[in-house]
Design a protein. Structure first.
Length: 212
């Protein structure tokens, strides 16, 4: 029994170490891409890049929260996931309103800058998603983290499509439309995470009542 307990403890510690290493990698990648996209979004006058950059910042904060609760119990992991979902939702609503406001004063962005930075962000997020993929079903904490990386890939593809649309039609509207779609997609994912976290917290409360 003691040998089994010791081995199980060592296995758990190894898993947590792997989680921590992966989360630190994706945190720094997302934080770095936030600064790249916010800067080139300003230079290229792209609302889609700004939307994606703030999504990157939100993900970096999410990954940081995930690191903090790695050794916590399932209750705290569910609470952290709930916080992540709320943060993602707030950011997406703010970006959505900002993109709607852009309809009033459309600026023609630079498609070459948008496409280049979007492609760079896509490569970065594919690497992050690949690193997180094998851990996505281990607990809610890692699942919500993987969903963030997956969302980023889809958002990056949207940015590249926006660049193509701007180049082909000589119009700023693809940039604005993609920014709005990114916001709606992130909002939908945040709602999914919030519901799953609330379900786990509810099940935990039910378990406590039964054992009391």
């Amino acid at each position: 029994m003691s040998s089994c307990s010791s081995n199980c403890g060592e296995d758990l510690n190894d898993i947590l170490k792997n989680h921590r290493k992966i989360l630190w990698v994706v945190l720094w990648v997302n934080l770095g891409m936030f600064f790249v996209e916010i800067a080139f979004g300003w230079v290229g006058k792209s609302h889609a890049l700004w939307a994606d950059s703030l999504d990157m910042l939100g993900d970096a904060l999410v990954f940081g929260a995930s690191i903090l609760v790695l050794k916590a119990g399932e209750k705290w992991k569910a609470r952290a996931a709930l916080g992540k979902g709320i943060l993602m939702g707030v950011l997406s609503i703010g970006l959505f309103l900002s993109a709607i406001f852009r309809f009033l004063e459309p600026l023609k962005p630079d498609p070459e800058i948008i496409g280049g930075v979007g492609a760079l962000a896509l490569v970065a997020n594919i690497i992050c998603a690949f690193c997180l993929f094998q851990y996505r079903n281990q607990d809610l904490n890692m699942r919500s983290t993987w969903l963030c990386a997956r969302n980023d890939i889809l958002a990056n593809l949207g940015v590249i499509i926006a660049a193509w649309g701007i180049y082909m039609f000589h119009s700023p509207w693809p940039d604005i439309v993609v920014a709005i779609l990114i916001c709606l997609f992130v909002l939908n994912s945040s709602i999914s995470i919030i519901k799953e976290a609330q379900k786990e917290l509810s099940e935990f409360k039910t378990f406590l009542k039964k054992t009391a």
